[in-house]
Design a protein around this ligand. Structure first.
Ligand code: SF4
Length: 236
């Protein structure tokens, strides 16, 4: 698994951005997250070793995890990224976006019904933005689609949007002031996935976590561990 961040910086765009880890990290380092800038890793996928082979070997590449791949400020840079993604057809590129409604303005001319080596994860947090974003997502020409419901802020029903979805990931919010995650909401989405035979993963608990009506406060290092211990992932 490799990471490729061609640019950094982002602007809050939806409810789930409130405690964005990028904004929090930048605040500590006194960096203005609202400045979207290219990074020195811009050409990382096509960088080569002296002997001529690519530095990144085959496998999964997490794309744009210090920004949003579809952010407007990167519109002039994205075409070059698509060229690199095409050149590296031996790699699979995965990006998450809160801006799925910009997707059709961001794809290259030869996208057609999608590149085989691109996985797009549409992120949702509440019923209102799930209904809006997933009805857009449903119609888009993308070969590999996933949904990330993280941070999940309320009980949501996404069952009618699960056709053609390869994986649903659910998780809570991580912050001292985080909004609580209710385990019942997680189990409810899991049931929806099972009914539609879609893979499901409980990725992380929330800092504030409710189970059987009781509220718990967890440390950062416990968030993914406790989710794993719940052992509720579903693989079809
Ligand atoms: S879209 Fe993602 S990276 Fe950008 S502010 Fe929101 S949570 Fe942070």
């Amino acid at each position: 698994m490799a990471m490729w961040n061609p640019w950094r910086g982002c602007k809050r765009y939806s409810e789930g951005c409130k405690y964005c880890y990028i904004h929090k990290g930048d605040f500590k380092r006194k960096i203005n997250t609202n400045d979207i800038v290219k990074t020195e890793d811009f050409y990382k996928p096509i960088e080569k070793l002296k002997k001529g082979s690519y530095k990144i070997k085959s496998g999964l590449v997490y794309l744009c995890f210090s920004s949003d791949f579809l952010i407007e400020e990167a519109d002039l840079w994205r075409d070059e990224c698509w060229e690199m993604i095409k050149e590296r057809s031996d790699l699979t590129f995965l990006f998450l976006t809160k801006r799925i409604d910009r997707f059709l303005d961001c794809i290259p001319n030869d996208w057609n019904d999608g590149y085989d080596n691109v996985i797009v994860c549409c992120t949702v947090e509440n019923q209102e933005n799930a209904d809006y974003k997933l009805s857009v997502f449903k119609e888009l020409p993308i070969k590999h689609k996933c949904i990330t419901a993280q941070p999940l802020l309320e009980k949501i029903n996404i069952e009618k949007y699960l056709d053609d979805i390869e994986l649903v990931v659910v998780g809570g919010e991580s912050d001292y002031n985080a909004r609580a995650l209710d385990y019942d909401w997680v189990l409810d989405i899991r049931e929806q996935c099972i009914r539609k035979n879609v893979n499901f993963e409980f990725r992380q608990c929330g800092t504030h976590f409710i189970k059987d009506g009781k509220k718990y406060t967890l440390q950062v290092h416990q968030l993914t561990k406790q989710a794993r211990l719940a052992d509720i992932n579903y693989c079809k």
